[in-house]
Design a protein around this ligand. Structure first.
Ligand code: ADP
Length: 593
């Protein structure tokens, strides 16, 4: 059964605190077992009172036992509740941390397919569900189990006629509950799916507030969200109706059970087959049973409600990163930076290759420019170099070693990447730079910023290196973000560098500074640059002209121009178009530094 499997897995996550969990569970069982004492004692007190002549001698031990059980119960339950709550809380955040670590290790292809908003929702709700299940397990679930497995047989032992009746009523109730669960199982899964969609959509919209404003889309986005909410409610309402049925049944069961015990009990009493005390004990049992049935129902309802969330949570946890360390992978330390692509083929969809049979060598310190139309495979080739994906054919070698034989962390430590968008965390400038070198001091940060032509704007800012950059660096201009990204690459100081040149036009001054910064950072590193500027291709040691996933031409700028082939054609169209005059800031100057 699916629910049971999920439940067992939830309990399995307590593995690292097994000992405490067992102690709590066993203590809980002990408490649950003592709870039967109360109705039995009550019955005995009644029988003692109704027997003639009554005496304190018979009554006192019963009352003393009652006091002892009561005290034990109060103290033990408080201790267990306290400790189980603490345990569940701690465990929840440990699991959350593990989930976070796990999703960060999942490859870019996975994050491309699943929205971050959805991953966040799965993380928060999944750990919430885990927490509530653990707490209830310690507080309630075990006690309920004990109740059914001890109370029902015990009732047979005390008075089998009344016992059989109690068992039949319980069975009837259980069957009805089961029926409702079967009815609502698939519906609840659909509710959860809509819920994830809701989280994804809201987060997607929030991440694109500028777009929402500029295209006056507030109403449209709210409307879009409302559609998801409508679908969610349409799926949720039938589930709620079914659970309302169950709640009515529970109430009815209470009345039916009590009435049955009084009537059958009275009849048995008239026949001399049950004492008044036994009837009172059974009334107590029935009360407890109904109480437990309700909490079991609540629990089943909870498991059932949480199951789809937990399934989503476990599905993410079970995703195995496609790119990971081989057993015995090496960490060669700092590498020289010779890169060789040997017949590399890769396809995203296993059908159309994005790059096919790529072969080239870059010697340490060389600058290789990748050019070609969009969709030609340039980014894919470089993504393969830092193992965002692994190729389906051929191999990539760094210093003669297949990169799949290197530790992933070792490989990535040897490659600096300056992304086109200059990715930044919503933290201070200093913290963003220190990503390149966590132990970099103020002087080092200043030097890197200076070499990346970023020091002026940083120091002009109100809080200097402590200024926050906003979500995704929104408080900075495109040119500033890029220069910070370059400063970060300086600090990382890796022998291989991947640059994705910004396509957006910058004003002439910013562009000059950016090129100077790039020149500086490329020195002494094997650099691969997806080039969009004439200056970059001119300065490259070699140009690789990509088309439809293949390298169609390769050579220096002058060689390729002389060849008068595809590159020469592209160069005439893209690079050799009339260049802007230095004092013309270009159409997107406002977006520049
Ligand atoms: P370039 O960098 O030259 O513009 P890309 O390497 O981005 O080219 O793309 C090469 C091909 O792979 C294109 O057909 C593109 O649509 C496809 N592609 C790129 N990224 C993905 C992805 N994440 N999933 C599926 N296909 C992709």
């Amino acid at each position: 059964m699916k629910l049971l499997r999920i439940y067992l897995r939830v309990l399995g996550l307590l593995g690292n605190v097994r000992r405490v969990a067992w102690i709590l569970a066993i203590s809980n069982l002990a408490i649950a077992s003592t709870q039967f004492a109360e109705p039995i004692l009550f019955g005995k007190v009644i029988d003692s009172l109704t027997s003639k002549p009554g005496s304190w001698a018979a009554l006192a031990p019963l009352l003393a036992a009652w006091v002892a059980f009561g005290l034990f119960n109060i103290v033990a339950s408080t201790l267990i509740a306290l400790h189980s709550d603490r345990l569940a809380h701690r465990q929840r955040y440990y699991v959350l941390r593990d989930y976070f670590q796990h999703i960060l290790q999942l490859p870019a292809s996975y994050h491309g397919d699943i929205h971050s908003g959805r991953l966040m929702k799965i993380m928060l709700q999944g750990t919430d569900s885990l927490w509530s299940m653990w707490v209830n397990f310690f507080r309630d679930h075990l006690a309920s189990l004990v109740m059914f497995f001890i109370l029902l047989p015990l009732s047979l032992f005390l008075n089998w006629r009344l016992g059989v009746m109690l068992i039949l009523l319980t069975a009837l109730f259980a069957v009805l509950t089961w029926f409702v669960i079967r009815k609502t199982d698939a519906l609840q899964a659909r509710v959860e799916e809509h819920f994830s969609e809701l989280a994804e959509r809201a987060s997607d919209t929030l991440g694109n507030v500028a777009l929402v404003h500029s295209f006056v889309r507030v109403d449209a986005e709210v409307h879009g969200l409302k559609n998801v909410i409508d679908k969610l409610l349409a799926a949720q309402i039938p589930v709620l109706s079914w659970w309302a049925v169950i709640s009515v049944l529970t109430r009815a069961a209470t009345t039916i059970t009590i009435l049955s015990i009084i009537s059958v009990g009275a009849w048995l009493n008239f026949q001399g087959l049950a004492t008044v005390g036994e009837i009172v004990t059974f009334m107590g049992f029935a009360g407890m049973l109904i109480d437990k049935l309700q909490s079991t129902l609540h629990f089943v309802n909870g498991v059932f409600y949480d199951a789809p969330r937990l399934k989503e949570f476990f599905d993410v946890l079970d995703t195995v990163p496609t790119v990971r360390d081989r057993p015995g992978a090496l960490d060669p330390g700092r590498m020289k930076g010779e890169v060789e692509f040997r017949g590399v083929t890769f396809s995203y969809d296993q059908r159309m290759p994005a790059v096919e049979n790529l072969s080239f060598v870059a010697r340490p310190g060389e600058t290789i420019a990748l050019v070609g139309p969009t969709g030609a495979g340039k980014s894919t080739a470089l993504a393969l170099l830092h193992r965002t994906f692994d190729p389906q054919g051929g191999a990539i070698l760094v210093d003669g070693t297949d990169i799949r034989d290197l530790r992933l962390s070792a490989l990535r430590r040897n490659i600096g990447v300056v992304f086109q968008e200059g990715l930044l965390f919503n933290r201070s400038i200093a913290e963003n730079l220190q990503i390149g070198k966590p132990d970099a001091g103020v002087d080092e940060l200043r030097l890197a910023a200076q070499r990346a032509q970023a020091l002026d704007f940083i120091e002009d800012g109100r809080h200097g290196f402590d200024s926050r950059v906003g979500e995704r660096g929104r408080l900075l201009s495109g040119g500033e973000r890029q220069r910070l990204a370059i400063a970060r690459a300086f600090l990382k100081d890796a022998p291989i560098l991947i640059l994705d040149e910004a396509t957006s036009a910058l004003d002439a001054r910013t562009e000059t500074r950016l090129l100077a910064a790039l020149d500086e950072v490329m020195k002494g590193r094997t650099t691969f640059v997806i080039a969009h500027r004439l200056a970059t291709v001119r300065r490259a040691d070699r140009i690789l002209m990509f088309d439809k996933g293949h390298i169609v031409e390769s050579g220096s700028f002058d060689e390729l121009i002389a060849l008068n082939g595809r590159f020469a054609e592209l160069a005439r169209a893209q690079f050799l178009a009339p260049e802007r005059k230095p004092d013309d800031p270009g159409p997107q100057a406002a977006a520049g530094a």
